[in-house]
Structures are given as C-alpha cells and as structure tokens.
Design a binder for this molecule. Structure first.
Ligand SMILES: Nc1ncnc2c1ncn2[C@@H]1O[C@H](COP(=O)(O)OP(=O)(O)OP(=O)(O)O)[C@@H](O)[C@H]1O
Ligand SMILES: [Mg+2]
Length: 166
C-alpha cells in the first residue's frame, strides 16, 4: 500500500494554450532526461473534465520529444502508440471503458509503467490505491475559455524530483 498522505504536489496556472504548450514541453524534456539518466520511464494519469486539455497537453508533450506522426485523440481505440520520438510514447484513453472495464486493464497498464517509455493515460478514474505503481497525476481544471490550472502530483522519488524541477 502506498503512503498517500504525503504526496508532493505542485500547481501551475496557464493563461492560454501557448502556456500549456510551454508547460508540456518542459515536462516532456524532464521525462526524457529522467529516461536517459535513470533508464526509467514515466507513467502519467491525466484527469479533468471533457475539454479540460488532457489531449492537448499529451499532444504537445509527445511532439516535443520528436513524435512525427499526427497525434490524435485515442478515444475510439483506447491506445495509440508512437515510436518516432526519443522514447516510445503510449497514449491511452480509458473513457469508453467506464467503471466496469477499468479494473480489467490495470495489469496491462502496469506493464506500461515499467520500461523506458512515456505513457499518458486519459480518464484513469481508478479509486485511490488501485494503481499500485509509481506515476505522476496531472489534474487539469477549466478556469475560463483559455485559462486552466494544472496540478501535478508525484508518486515515487524520481517523479518527485521531476516535478520539483518544473
Ligand atoms: N490553456 C489551454 N490548455 C489546454 N487546452 C486549451 C487551453 N485553452 C483552450 N483550450 C482548448 O480546450 C480544448 C481542450 O480539448 P482536449 O481535447 O485537449 O480536452 P480533453 O481533456 O482531452 O477532453 P476529453 O475528455 O474529451 O478527451 C481544445 O479545444 C483546446 O484548444
Ligand atoms: Mg482527450
């Protein structure tokens, strides 16, 4: 069981989509740096209402590490993967699984938390403690048409180091 009482967390206010791009690019650069320095991947769960910006953030992050393919929302296929960047990118959208199906995918998801890869998961609405592996949670809140707040939570020492640098 993870200790969730003392989770490192950091908030960012972004005033427009350009700011979101800058934040995503900075984040992705630290993900690559961590992969190069430690051999570890980064597993990210994105939360936020429809239209909050989960896909927008994922797309900016993936393109900035060199993904050349068009990055689409994986809503209909659950997983899109990209292999043209500095490290492989796996982009899940679990919206369609809803509550019943989500437990069935947890073991498969865990495999995507183990290698030197960058995994982004939209709608990972597991209950607290259901995800037993290290990860970063990003919560995006809609403020106005163009403004958002991003809250990053780190689970695991390496992820905490990464978020501290942001
Ligand atoms: N600062 C901002 N950051 C992110 N998106 C923004 C911002 N300002 C405006 N937007 C717009 O908000 C929308 C976000 O859509 P996006 O598909 O990324 O949301 P989502 O969270 O993935 O939704 P869904 O739950 O449907 O997958 C886009 O149209 C984007 O242009
Ligand atoms: Mg989306």
């Amino acid at each position: 069981m993870q200790d969730i009482t003392n989770i490192f967390s950091k908030d960012f206010f972004v005033k427009n989509i350009e700011d979101t791009k800058i934040l995503a690019e900075k984040f992705a650069a630290f993900v690559v740096e961590k992969a190069q320095n430690t051999g570890m991947g980064t597993f990210v769960c994105l939360f936020g209402d429809i239209g909050a910006g989960k896909t927008a953030f994922s797309r900016f992050a993936a393109s900035s590490i060199g993904v050349e393919e068009k990055i689409t929302s994986p809503s209909f296929v659950i997983l899109n993967e990209y292999h043209s960047g500095k490290i492989p990118v796996y982009h899940f959208d679990l919206y369609r699984l809803e509550n019943v199906g989500i437990k069935s995918i947890i073991d498969e998801l865990e495999q995507y938390s183990e290698g030197k890869m960058f995994t982004l998961v939209e709608w990972a609405e597991f209950s607290q403690n259901q995800i037993p592996f290290n990860r970063i949670e990003i919560n995006i809140k809609y403020v106005s048409d163009s403004e958002r707040t991003f809250t990053f939570k780190a689970f695991g020492k390496e992820n905490e180091d990464l978020i501290r640098k942001l």
